[in-house]
Write a protein that binds this ligand. Sequence first.
Ligand code: UDP
Length: 238
Amino acid sequence: MDKEQYLGVSVSPYTYEEIIADIGKRMEEGLQSTVIAVNPEKVITANHDPLIKELINESTYQIPDGVGILVASKLKNGDVRERVTGVDMMGRLLQFAAERGHGVFFYGAREEVVRTAKEKLEASIPNLHIAGYANGYVDDQEALIKQIQESGASLLFVALGSPRQELWIKKHMGELPNIKVFQGVGGSFDVYSGRVKRAPALYRKLGLEWLYRLMKEPKRLKRQMALPKFLWKVLTER
Ligand code: UDP
């Protein structure tokens, strides 16, 4: 299955299971992989910003986060079968790491948030080994890189918001040969710490997470205008 292109931005049409299986294989070959979440807002940004477009397109997996990407793929007869969200992809990768005995490292968010996320996940995923963590406001980057590399972790989750986290990963992955999987996870530590609630299951099932978030935070409307703009542009794209 080939990657799909929306306004020149790549999207991987793979499910959680397919990505995990492929990552397992790549790890055995000693290859590093990067996971980036793609949604209509990011595609619109990338459409105006060649550097962001390159950053997305050179990632190993561009997961179709955001219902807009799924809708676009359906309208264009593409192969995307389900949403693959950043927060759930992280959950699957943690499960995978626990089963295979790989350590993980968390970098980002406020100290209390990242610590609570670590504690809650350790309590809920048997055999999960969180080899270390650092909040997203540490200054000494050199010490941080050393801490991550020496932790023995193989998977790194970076929560600094987008595109800062993806830029950070691009800049530092060469200095972190022990890390084989990098994922930029945005607000996921906030979710796993319990600080931010996800939309109720029904909204998620119906693909209406955006509506729930809009009701909770009406000022998101501006960001969400990217969705109709995205669909219009994709449908009129030659
Ligand atoms: N953050 C951080 N360091 C910074 C700026 C932001 O660790 O210098 C964290 C912030 O605490 C939050 C996350 O990055 O946990 C941002 O999540 P947001 O929901 O804004 O990201 P998005 O998913 O919208 O890109």
